[in-house]
Write a protein that binds this ligand. Structure first.
Ligand code: FNR
Length: 333
């Protein structure tokens, strides 16, 4: 199944292998524009026969950057570089998505940082400003403008980053959202809900949301809560939930091969929505097991694709499948 195509809306990925979004902190200056590094890095994985490449967390506002070297999509000036990137990746036969992100209280840029509640991540980080209604509206609008620019730049997929303790995740979790207005308490999902709605006004292609399905804290969220959130996302037209975990609050995570796969499986089964599995998936057999046992629909590969851009080739050999070579490589594939 790993090498079978998968279609969402009118976009077909040639296989189930997805390059997981990974920040490169490789912008040349501080303006968030695409650099040669990004072109080489992503196009190489397209040559390596990845079906879908998801470009790293890309900031919808300058204030929402994890670092000043993050990619940005907060200005129309970003579109040209991103279009060069999508063109290059398309030429090599892969589809390309982009992860729209806001770092919230985990932003390390200078100036004010914002979050649902004024609680710092840990003692090394700054205390964020509690967002006003206006801040919330502006941020939702920034996600919408990011989606509009992603469309203009030629992306096939948009992934909303609602995981890893960044802004949207901070709204979802009771550990970080202490608001008493209509964005807190029972309504912690509202912020994400309004972002999805705003994005869908300008985007009708495949829409993914990445979540942290477990807070690893006694008072935090677990996969049970995310099954309910996933049902709402599905009802709003989200096509796939990319299931990661943690990083909302400092916590020790016992990471072992496939440790997040049970979350993807539970959400897929109980919310009846397609999922992506991610986290210490490193072999073709492991990926095939996940797909065949109906635990996820797509396999996201992170670090293994940093180590080996031709991982799909390695996985195909392991599964005894002959993978067609990129033409210039036919003599040595
Ligand atoms: C990441 N990860 C990550 N996740 C995300 O949603 N957006 C991002 O921009 C990043 N950035 C990032 C950078 C680097 C260098 C690493 C190693 C990781 C997490 C990544 O997508 C993936 O979920 C994890 O790495 C787990 O998968 P692997 O690496 O075990 O396959």
């Amino acid at each position: 199944m790993l090498f079978s195509p998968y279609t969402i809306r009118d976009v077909t990925f040639k296989n189930r292998i997805v390059m997981s979004p990974m920040c490169m902190y490789a912008c040349d200056g501080e303006d968030g524009t695409v650099h040669n590094w990004h072109l080489v890095h992503y196009a190489t994985r397209a040559v390596g026969q990845v079906g879908l490449i998801i470009v790293e967390a890309t900031a919808v506002t300058p204030q929402g950057r994890i670092s000043v070297r993050d990619l940005g999509i907060w200005d129309d000036n970003h579109i040209d570089g991103l279009r060069t990137l999508t063109t290059l990746v398309h030429e090599q036969g892969a589809k390309i998505g982009i992860q729209l992100a806001h770092a919230g209280r985990k932003a390390t840029v200078s100036g004010e940082i914002i979050a649902p509640s004024p609680i710092p991540f840990d003692e090394t980080m700054r205390t964020p400003k509690e967002m006003t209604k206006e801040d919330i509206e502006e941020t939702i609008h920034a996600f919408q403008q990011g989606a509009r620019r992603a469309k203009e730049a030629g992306f096939d997929v948009i992934e909303i980053h609602a995981a890893h303790g960044y802004l949207i995740n901070e709204f979802l979790s009771p550990l970080t959202n202490k608001r008493t207005d209509e964005y807190g308490g029972e309504n912690r999902y509202r912020f994400l809900s309004e972002i999805i709605e705003a994005v869908k006004e300008v985007w009708n292609g495949p829409l993914f949301v990445r979540i942290s399905a477990h807070d690893y804290h006694p008072d935090g969220l677990t996969v049970k809560d995310y099954v309910e959130y996933a049902k709402q996302m599905k009802a709003q037209g989200v096509d796939l939930i990319d299931v990661s975990s943690g990083a909302v609050v400092p916590a020790k995570i016992d990471a072992y091969p496939g440790y997040q796969v049970p979350f993807a499986e539970t959400i897929r089964r109980e919310a009846n929505v397609p999922t992506g599995a991610v986290g210490l998936i490193t072999s073709g057999l492991q990926a095939e097991e996940i797909l065949r046992n109906g635990r996820a629909d797509l396999i996201f590969i992170g670090r293994e694709l940093l180590r080996n851009p031709y991982w799909p080739k390695t996985a195909s050999s392991e599964l005894g499948i002959s993978l067609e070579a990129p033409k210039p490589y036919v003599r040595g594939w």
